[in-house]
Design a protein around this ligand. Structure first.
Ligand code: CO8
Length: 264
């Protein structure tokens, strides 16, 4: 069942299908470049996602662009303090996405440059149209990636390729992004949103607390040594047995009945 959120945004188109929220960034005059109003609207939308939502899909409105970066016209006159503040607002938003209790899928339908590539990397999973293009062209503008691209690109594709992309500012096509592991899969443009929705629904059908714990574990364990990481996972594994959904999931399997998770 498709619903539209009552909240109106200037630069976001938001909708909801079953328990999946979809937000499309919509600033056609600048190929969906992120200005501070969009960053504020996304922050507001994401911090108000209701408990019943099981997954979020982020995409770009229109056929050409996911997000063509941070808004260069807004950044052009910033000084050091303004640059820091702008970078911080984007970094905070992207960290909020990365640590959101529900999985976030980026459906990358076109340009994902600079802040756009960084936004996609803050999401849990990236699916792309075969027309998508990725890059961190910031050094060509006299800046570095400032929405955590120097943090996440190396973690996503490895140090060597991340350095090559960031130092050269080169723009890569979707097939190259797939080859280096920057995206999980590529689709014909018209099939992208259906593929993202299908994946989101698959996630939504699973036990929500278990999915949430899995996300927490994968994120938090990334920087831990193996012993701490294993201890952390064991703790969350144990916590699953405090949930009604663990009882429901296992009983349904054993009784061969359909499973119905309650997020409890
Ligand atoms: N910011 C503002 N406007 C933009 C942006 C952008 N990032 N990207 C495109 N636009 C605008 C263009 O200026 C143009 O406007 P107009 O019609 O008024 O001239 C309109 O969108 C259409 O763009 P083009 O005519 O250039 O379209 P093309 O199809 O010829 O080219 C490109 C598309 C290749 C995407 C090209 O527009 C481009 O190179 N854009 C800039 C990409 C870029 O460099 N992105 C990185 C920006 S820096 C960044 O993201 C840093 C993030 C961290 C910030 C931390 C802050 C401190």
């Amino acid at each position: 069942m498709e619903q539209t959120y009552t909240q109106e945004y200037e630069f976001l188109k938001v909708s909801r299908q079953d328990r999946i929220a979809v937000v499309a960034i919509s600033a056609p005059k600048s190929l969906n470049a992120l200005n501070s109003v969009i960053i504020g609207e996304l922050t507001h939308f994401i911090s108000n996602i209701d408990e019943d939502t099981r997954a979020l899909i982020i995409t770009g409105d229109g056929e050409k662009s996911f997000v063509a970066g941070a808004d260069i016209s807004e950044m052009a006159t910033l000084d050091r303090i303004g640059g820091c503040a702008f970078g911080q607002a984007g970094a905070d938003l992207f960290r909020m996405i990365e640590t959101l209790p529900i999985p976030v899928i980026a459906a990358v339908n076109g340009f994902a440059l600079g802040g756009g590539c960084e936004l996609a990397m803050a999401c849990d999973i990236r699916l792309a149209s075969n027309k998508a293009k990725f890059g961190q062209p910031e050094v060509g503008l006299g800046i570095i990636p400032g929405f955590s691209g120097t943090v996440r690109l190396a973690r996503t594709v490895g140090m060597g390729y991340a350095k090559e992309m960031i130092y050269t500012g080169k723009i890569i096509r979707a097939d190259e992004a797939l080859r280096i592991g920057l995206v999980n899969a590529i689709y014909e443009p018209e099939a992208l949103m259906d593929a993202a929705m299908e994946m989101a629904k698959k996630i939504a059908a699973n036990a929500p607390i278990a999915v949430r714990y899995a996300k927490t574990c994968i994120n938090e364990e990334w920087d831990m040594n193996a012993d701490d990481a294993i201890e952390f996972e064991t703790e969350f594994f144990g916590r699953c047995f405090d949930t009604e959904d663990q009882k429901e999931g296992m009983q349904a399997f054993l009784n061969k009945t359909p499973v119905e998770f309650k997020n409890r």
